[in-house]
Structure formats: structure tokens, C-alpha cells
Design a protein. Structure first.
Length: 78
């Protein structure tokens, strides 16, 4: 594969075998993570339902006395 310029970014084309294994189609969102030196991992990006399910798993995990203070978090920027 060759790295090419695409606007201000760099891009690669995925080989057909990779596309087939991941079941990708045009317009799909994928996540690319660094798996090690000179190694990347590709996976389907989670859709909105999957993200919401992950958030729901976190419900109730904060201590009962937890209070979010926007001013303390953001200071004068908020």
C-alpha cells in the first residue's frame, strides 16, 4: 500500500481482503488504533445504539454524594 495525500491529511487504500474480512462498505465509520510499533488495528466504529448502551452501563456508578461543579471544572472558560 502507498500513503497518499488527501487534502491536509494522509490516506491509504484498504486492500479488498481487509474490506471483506471487516465487512466494510462505502460510508462506514471505522476506528484505527495503534497496536504497536508499525502496527494498526481496524474495527467498526460503534453506532449510536452501541455508544448509548455503554453509557447506560455507567449509570449509578458515581458516589451518592457526588456533585458536578461546572465552575470548578471549567473555571472562567465556561
Amino acid at each position: 500500500m502507498r500513503v497518499c495525500r488527501w487534502g491536509n491529511s494522509l490516506a491509504i487504500r484498504l486492500p479488498a481482503a481487509v474490506v471483506a474480512v471487516l465487512g466494510l462498505k462505502e460510508g462506514d465509520d471505522i476506528e484505527v488504533t495503534v497496536a504497536g510499533e508499525y502496527q494498526l488495528e481496524l474495527s467498526h466504529a460503534p453506532d449510536n445504539r452501541a455508544i448509548l448502551a455503554r453509557l447506560r452501563q455507567c449509570r449509578g456508578t458515581l458516589p451518592a454524594d457526588f456533585k458536578f461543579d461546572r465552575l470548578e471544572t471549567y473555571g472562567d472558560r465556561g
